[in-house]
Design a protein. Structure first.
Length: 497
């Protein structure tokens, strides 16, 4: 039986935020009326490293949310084309797809290595995920990071019109607003960080931390996934920059007011839920069922990244097979993990580590007619992933650190309400702040993972349904539309004040 899905009333659900703005920031009622998003007069410019240009289906919540926002305002999406050329793209080239305009640049090989692999993914990604030990600090990479941010700002100034509103995404572009301000642009500019904001000491370990924070506080609104991220950023601003809170959400720093917005990203629940019963999803289910026979499926779906806690998860499953021998032959764990950022050393090492661990666990516990752990180092179509989620009795989402984690929400969206699976979720995923009815575990503890899997597999149907319903209601009420409108409501209101 299909569950009933209602169109989210996101604007109504964000009314609370309007009142929060009204009271906390002494905006007048007319400010509100005048500053609500008016697609007819303000165009949205989105900036992110990759765009959805050239993709047939806009898989992934973010691409869909940004696309919809751009389409309704005849907007512009700026980003990297994904191509590497010999010459820098001082001017971006323009394109159009399905009613959305794009301005795309190419990177040179050096820019790709220094800006993308070097600074973004070998300094900011590890440090923001609490892995200062993996960071590789190099002045040259920072210099290129600055140059690319400046180039994006220059092209934004060239392409922007008087009423535009700018929304920048993620850690690749911490400095864009600072350059925009230096170039004289006062257009409303918001930033959303998809990954965690680290504790102040970890952030201070980056030699250029003061430059980075000057960039961040040049935005009017900084959106963060979790309350812990907002608290970390506030703490850093107070300790290092002498910032003073104007209200619960606004900090006064270097003569500017910055709105720190707690804004957890959601998914398109309705669409994901429908995908799980599509033809392609059923086909994927049938294929894995052939392998599973009647065994219970424990599933993991992640990009192959050290922040996702994959070796620790494999160890957790080894502990499960150790501690619960009666489950041998009755349960199989399948981990789907497409390699990413393979040019970065740590990602190559992770691949080798997982190869070795999977081999060891199968060697130790497997039998002639049973493979305990299957690890597939490849990506699958969105429909196929949805089909796998729907079949799984347990989904293991155990990152060591994660801004949010969309897999946790996708799993819940795809379950059969009459026979839902159980979500085992890391306490350190941003999603854990919202999804308290999952089985929450410490991802570093093989015992906690093992016991949670055992508990999930033996959980009575009534308890599974109760937990699932509460999780489902949560992801429905704070879905991708709610997230986008929450951010845009604040950006429009704050920037006009
Ligand atoms: P990611 O680190 O990429 O995102 P996540 O939120 O889990 O992590 O999203 C991964 C996406 O890739 C999901 O939509 C998932 O379905 C898909 N995916 C993963 N493995 C796949 C496979 N094998 N085949 C096909 N699809 C696969 C960053 C942050 C997160 C934050 C998001 C959004 O690190 O914390 O939730 O941005 O803000």
């Amino acid at each position: 039986m299909k569950h009933r899905l209602e169109r989210p009333l996101s604007l109504a659900r964000n009314q609370f935020l309007l009142w929060e703005l009204f009271y906390l920031h002494a905006l007048t009622l007319s400010d509100f009326i005048l500053t609500q998003p008016d697609p007819a007069s303000s165009r949205l410019i989105a900036i992110s490293n990759r765009t959805a240009f050239g993709t047939k289906s806009k898989a992934g919540g973010l691409a869909v949310a940004v696309w919809d926002a751009l389409k309704s305002s005849n907007g512009l999406w700026m980003g990297w084309s994904g191509k590497i050329y010999d010459f820098p793209s001082n001017r971006f080239s323009e394109a159009e797809q399905d009613g959305v305009n794009f301005a795309l640049c190419n990177y040179t090989k050096t820019e790709y290595e220094d800006f993308y692999l070097g600074y973004s993914n070998s300094v900011l990604w590890p440090v923001f995920h609490g892995r200062v030990d993996l960071a590789k600090f190099d002045d040259r990479n920072f210099k290129t990071y600055v140059e690319i941010n400046k180039r994006f700002a220059e092209n934004t100034v060239d392409l922007a019109e008087a009423n535009d509103v700018i929304w920048v995404h993620d850690y690749h572009f911490l400095l864009v607003a600072k350059f925009l301000r230096e170039m004289g642009s006062s257009l409303p500019c918001g930033f959303f960080l998809h990954i965690p904001f680290p504790n102040p000491d970890a952030f201070r370990s980056i030699p250029d931390h003061k430059h980075l924070i000057e960039g961040l506080i040049s935005y009017d609104v900084v959106g963060l996934q979790g309350k812990r991220d907002v608290a970390n950023l506030k703490m850093y601003l107070e300790q290092e920059m002498g910032a003073e809170p104007v209200s619960d959400t606004v900090m006064r720093v270097n003569g500017r007011s910055v709105f720190l917005l707690h804004c957890p990203i959601g998914i398109d629940v309705e669409s994901f839920s429908q995908t799980a019963t599509s033809g392609a999803a059923l086909e994927a289910r049938n294929r894995i069922s052939t392998f599973q026979r009647n065994r219970s499926l424990v599933l993991g779906v992640d990009r192959m990244d050290y922040s996702k806690g994959l070796p620790q998860r494999f160890e957790g499953m080894a502990k499960f097979f150790d501690d619960y021998p009666h489950q041998h032959g009755k349960v199989s764990f399948t981990q789907v993990a497409p390699p990413s950022r393979e040019m970065v050393d740590e990602y190559m090492h992770l691949r080798e580590e997982l190869d070795a661990l999977a081999g060891r666990i199968n060697g130790d516990y497997g039998d002639l007619d049973w493979i305990p752990i299957r690890y597939l180092a490849r990506g699958y179509a969105r429909e196929e992933v949805a089909g796998l989620y729907r079949l799984a009795e347990v989904c293991l989402v155990t990152p060591l650190q994660d801004g949010m984690n969309l897999v946790a929400k996708e799993f819940i969206a795809t379950q059969d309400p009459n026979d839902p699976g159980v979500l085992v979720l890391s306490k350190f995923a941003g999603a854990a702040e919202q999804m308290k009815d999952a089985l929450l575990v410490n991802p570093h503890s093989p015992t906690e993972i093992s016991d949670a899997v055992a508990k999930a597999l033996s959980m009575p149907l009534e308890e599974r349904k109760k937990r699932w319903q509460s999780l489902f209601d949560g992801i429905m009420s704070e879905d991708i539309t709610w997230w986008r409108e929450r951010f845009m409501t604040v950006l429009n209101a704050v920037s006009a004040n």
